[in-house]
Ligand binder design. Structure first.
Ligand SMILES: [Cu+2]
Length: 374
């Protein structure tokens, strides 16, 4: 039984057909919704919701163009249904094969402008050798690509929607008008915006289209790592994006994402980088003497990550923007849903060190791997 606030949030999201009514209900409940802007312009979905209203969208200026065709919002798809559907996934398409998601952080670039042109897609994707999910993605993977930049850099971002449902992009590393930049775009259209990260750290990005729980829960998230102006000490660097999977029984071999289970917050799997227990089967390997830096992000949609490495202690955990406010000698530190944190340890001895979500109900469901020091 979901708690009252989640039930109310569900009601707000699924019943919303009008922006003003939605915001009024949200306000009464004391909710500040990250995707509230993306709901602006919602209209009743009595009309055909398979035909994008591109002409109207194109006529409006960017400052007023917000979620121009929310008749397509998945809020409508989940209304009255106990599960989401795989309708957005490209049924009949060959699933993307299972592979280990490489946790290695891309090296810093010498460019001070980063131009990213990404696609939102709906594709069947193997999250284990046996489990295929009807994923909603950035760049056809869960998580999406890892962005790396530096404080003060310029990030020029374009998202093109190549799916069948509205999608959007919300970078937690940006300070920007969310109504314009993070608005939903209908299939076939694009949104572009530019930002300059102000703080260093490990930040989440995600789709913010309504209901945001559904879009994050279906795979639309990833990491943006922002380096400080003065680089941190050399280290072997890895990114771990923890997330939950809430799945329905497979139809045609593909499991859909289950909105009611997302509301009940009891996941089937919890994973680092999209694949449960992948780094048990294929560990992360470093050498004795290495400093290891882990950028840990909790994509959620709901649960935190009590990050711990068995047999190790963290030399530093940066609570704020690195290099500021490191705490030393840490056993476990929780990364909240929607948050990111930078962990460092020094590998003094050889061995196999499990890294886990020490909330073991979630570690047991797949938020676990091995750091092998050789
Ligand atoms: Cu989306």
């Amino acid at each position: 039984m979901p708690n009252e606030s989640l039930t109310l949030l569900s009601d707000v999201v699924s019943e919303s057909t009008d922006r003003r009514a939605f915001l009024a209900r949200a306000s009464r409940l004391g909710l500040v919704l990250p995707a509230a802007g993306a709901l602006a312009g919602c209209s009743d979905d009595a009309e055909d919701r398979t035909r994008p209203d591109t002409s109207a969208a194109q006529q409006r200026s960017p400052s007023t163009l917000q979620n121009p065709n929310s008749r397509l919002d998945t809020a409508h798809d989940v209304r009255g249904h106990t599960t989401s559907t795989a309708e957005g996934a490209a049924t009949g398409v060959q699933p993307i094969a299972y592979r280990r998601w490489d946790p290695t952080v891309p090296p810093p670039s010498s460019d001070r402008t980063h131009r990213l042109a990404w696609s939102a897609t709906e594709v069947p994707l193997h999250i284990t050798p046996d489990v295929v999910v009807a994923a909603w993605t950035f760049e056809s993977d869960i998580p999406g690509p890892t962005v790396r930049c530096r404080v003060g850099d310029t990030v020029e971002f374009t998202l093109t929607n190549r799916g069948k449902l509205p999608h959007s992009m919300d970078f937690h590393a940006a300070q920007i008008d969310p109504k314009a930049a993070f608005r939903s775009v209908v299939p076939g259209e694009s949104v572009s915006f530019t930002f300059q990260p102000k703080y260093a750290g490990a930040f989440k990005y995600h789709c913010g289209s309504a209901p945001v729980l559904m879009h994050i829960g279906s795979g639309m998230y990833g990491a943006i790592i922002v380096d400080p102006a003065t680089p941190l000490p050399p280290a072997k660097e890895f990114v771990l994006v923890q997330s939950e999977y809430y799945l329905s029984p497979a139809g045609g071999g593909i499991q859909a994402f289950d909105y009611d289970k997302m509301l009940a917050t009891m996941p089937d799997y919890v994973a680092f980088n999209g694949r449960p227990s992948q780094y048990v089967a294929e560990p992360i390997r470093v050498k004795v003497g290495d400093r290891v830096r882990m950028y840990v992000i909790s994509a959620g949609p709901t649960h935190p990550c009590a990050f711990h490495v068995v047999g190790e202690q963290f030399d530093r955990v940066y609570l704020g923007a690195p290099p500021e406010v490191p705490i030393r000698g840490v056993q476990t530190f929780a990364v909240p849903a929607g948050g990111g944190m930078v962990f460092e340890l020094v590998c003094d001895i050889a061995g196999e060190f499990p890294f886990v979500n020490h909330g073991f109900g979630h570690g047991q469901k797949g938020a676990i791997g091995f750091l092998v020091v050789e």
